[in-house]
Design a binder for this molecule. Structure first.
Ligand SMILES: [Zn+2]
Length: 153
C-alpha cells in the first residue's frame, strides 16, 4: 500500500512537471533580457513570451526604402532592406539575415515542428524561419513587425 501511495505521489509530480514545463521553456532562453524600457506590452509578449502579432497589422509591410532592420529591444542590426520581400503572409519577410544575428531553436508548439529564431544579442524572440524563400539560400524569415525598428539609409 505504501509503494502505491509513493507511485501516486510520483505520478502527481510528473503531472506537475508536464503542466508547468512549457512555461519554463520560455524562461530558459539564454541571455533573454529586456534592455529597452520603452517596449510595449504587446512587444514584450512577442519577444519574451513567444507571441505572434496579427498578420497584416505591421506598418513595415509597406516599408520599401533602403536601410536596415534592427532589434526593437537591443538595437542589433538583423536584416538589410535588400533581403526584404513581400511573401504574402502578412508578416514582414526576409530572404536572409545578417550573419550571426540570430540563434535558432526547434519549436514544437501547435503540433508543428518549426524553427524559431531569437536575437543573438538579447535573446528576444523574433519569428520563424521557413525554407520556401525566393533567394539562393531558399530561406524565409517570417518576422513580427513589432520586434523590428527600420533605420533608413
Ligand atoms: Zn535584440
Amino acid at each position: 500500500m505504501k509503494i502505491k501511495k509513493r507511485n501516486f505521489i510520483k505520478y502527481l509530480f510528473y503531472c506537475l512537471v508536464i503542466s508547468i514545463g512549457p512555461h519554463f521553456r520560455v524562461l530558459s532562453i539564454e541571455n533573454s533580457k529586456i534592455i529597452n524600457p520603452n517596449l510595449t506590452d504587446e512587444q514584450k509578449k512577442i519577444m519574451f513570451k513567444e507571441g505572434t502579432e496579427r498578420p497584416g497589422t505591421s506598418e513595415l509591410l509597406f516599408e520599401k526604402r533602403k536601410g536596415s532592420y534592427h532589434c526593437a529591444n537591443c538595437n542589433a542590426k538583423l536584416f538589410n532592406s535588400v533581403a526584404k520581400y513581400d511573401s504574402g503572409t502578412g508578416w514582414p519577410s526576409f530572404s536572409e539575415a545578417i550573419p550571426g544575428a540570430f540563434k535558432t531553436k526547434i519549436d514544437y508548439s501547435y503540433g508543428m515542428k518549426r524553427i524559431e529564431y531569437h536575437c543573438a544579442k538579447c535573446g528576444a524572440h523574433h519569428g520563424h524561419v521557413f525554407f520556401d524563400g525566393p533567394g539562393p539560400g531558399g530561406k524565409r524569415y517570417c518576422n513580427n513587425g513589432l520586434c523590428l525598428i527600420f533605420v533608413p539609409n
